[in-house]
Design a binder for this molecule. Structure first.
Ligand SMILES: [Zn+2]
Length: 161
């Protein structure tokens, strides 16, 4: 279990090591971190259906490939917050494997709390720059209409490679 102070120090160290300055958003942070670690991280924007109103995001890893699913039918500020939270899992926690996620297992409350603390500090650090940035450089959201089922089906197909 990490203290809030440890998580804050980790955020500060990473921002410095990745040379992010102040002009970054959560996705840029995640991209820079992934590149440094040799992980290929993709975003999977999801339009969350009305039946699953509590789904905001998920981080799944398969080998060197990882996917961060995040809800796009919400404000861009919220999207940035979701990405910051999933970025916290990426840095702090063992990845959920695709099949585990499909069985509906969720993370321990402790890990969720750490990811929230991480997101808060990351957003605090990006606050001065982020307001003038483009909204999260929306990754081709235009014709995305994934459902959760399609997302999980797409994970099944991405097991190797
Ligand atoms: Zn979480």
């Amino acid at each position: 279990m990490r203290s809030s102070i440890e998580i804050r120090r980790l955020v500060d160290r990473r921002i410095k090591a990745l040379h992010l300055g102040e002009d970054f958003d959560a996705w840029r942070f995640i991209q820079a971190y992934s590149r440094a670690k040799g992980i290929k991280t993709k975003l999977s924007p999801i339009v969350v259906p009305a039946e699953a109103p509590d789904f905001f995001g998920a981080y799944v890893r398969m080998g060197e490939q990882s996917i961060i699913a995040f809800r796009v039918n919400t404000s861009w500020l919220h999207q940035n917050r979701i990405l910051a939270h999933e970025g916290g899992h990426l840095l702090l926690h063992e990845p959920l494997q695709g099949e585990v996620l499909m069985r509906g297992m969720s993370r321990a409350a402790q890990e969720e709390r750490e990811a929230e603390v991480f997101a808060s500090y990351l957003l605090e650090r990006m606050a001065s720059g982020a307001l003038v940035l483009e909204p999260v450089r929306r990754p081709r959201v235009a014709n995305i209409s994934y459902t959760l089922e399609e997302f999980f089906a797409s994970l099944r197909g991405k097991g190797e490679g």
